[in-house]
Design a protein around this ligand. Structure first.
Ligand code: PMP
Length: 295
């Protein structure tokens, strides 16, 4: 992925993609002092850009550092880079990390770096029928940590160690992803997406008290409530899984992805999955200027 064409925004400069390099003694690499974001542009507009930027800054603070750019500067850098890259539908990846000036757990004065990469990511429009088949999830071996064990609600690189291990283990068994429980044994999320269930016209989703409260999750909850659908954010135990008829994942990359299986449990993507996929697609699609003016 490091050999693409185009540019990367790197500490305030636009540098050729292949030249956006860091040293092997980077603190972020050894000690996971790194935070990042995952955003998507639809039709040339980055969806919920400010919310992602604010989360990036908050994740940095959770790791004890201040990203040396304001939210306005970061937003502007993302928008300018999107224009320069020339994509309308794209994935946006800001990443901030402690640099390589000092080596050791303590690196109080190492520079806080920020880079932004954007690559093309065609939208999934039109593939709803394909996605309605649902993906298969394994049960992950690792659990989301107690907020007293790690800053578990930040989008911090270190928290992804168990996600990558779990996702690779699931893929090795032929699954698409894995569902993780939390430290208490409650249903938590997938390795890079939040999870939802439905039964009898009501949506149920785990309370986001020890994992990332996804921006897509919050959007889907709002869209459901705007449509008069009841959404319960609550503790969900694995024993309950068989009582739900539908299940889906939400995330910037996953969007709304129906799930057909979690280990021994089966779901049939149906009306609720379809409704939320359609609602989300409509929400992320920039409205034409004329349509907006007419509203
Ligand atoms: N949980 C994890 C672990 C994730 O990596 C993501 C993707 N950022 C999400 C949930 C969903 O978050 P969002 O909807 O903000 O992309």
């Amino acid at each position: 992925f490091d050999q693409l064409d185009g540019q990367i925004w790197f500490n305030g400069e636009f540098v050729p993609w292949k030249d956006a390099k860091i040293h092997v003694l980077t603190h972020g690499l050894h000690y996971a002092s790194a935070v990042f974001e995952g955003e998507k542009a639809y039709g040339g507009r980055i969806f919920e850009l400010r919310a992602h930027t604010e989360r990036l800054i908050a994740s940095g603070r959770a790791l004890g550092f201040q990203i040396p750019y304001s939210a306005d500067e970061i937003d502007e850098a993302c928008n300018e880079l999107l224009k320069r890259q020339g994509f309308t539908d794209a994935y946006v990846r800001p990443v901030a990390w402690r640099g390589s000036e000092m080596m050791g757990v303590s690196a109080q004065h190492n520079r806080i770096n920020l880079a932004i990469a954007i690559w093309e990511w065609p939208s999934y429009y039109g593939s709803i029928e394909q996605r309605m088949k649902g993906i298969r999830l394994d049960m992950a071996e690792y659990r989301r940590p107690d907020p007293k064990t790690a800053p578990s609600r930040a989008k911090a690189a270190g928290l992804y160690m168990i996600c990558t291990i779990s996702k690779h283990a699931a893929e090795a068994k032929g699954y698409s992803d894995a569902m993780m429980l939390d430290w208490r044994g409650r249903v938590a999320e997938a390795t890079s997406a939040n999870i939802f269930f439905a039964k009898d016209g009501v949506i149920h989703t785990p309370e986001a008290d020890c994992f990332l409260n996804g921006i897509t999750r919050q959007t889907v909850i709002r869209l459901a409530r705007e449509r008069g659908i009841e959404v319960q954010e609550r503790a969900i135990l694995p024993e309950e899984l068989d009582s739900f008829t539908e299940c889906w994942l939400t995330g910037t990359a996953a969007e709304v992805t129906p799930v057909s299986e979690i280990g021994p449990h089966r779901f049939t993507p149906g009306e609720m999955c379809r409704k939320m996929m359609e609602a989300y697609t409509a929400e992320v699609t920039p409205k034409l200027a004329t349509a907006e003016a007419a509203e």
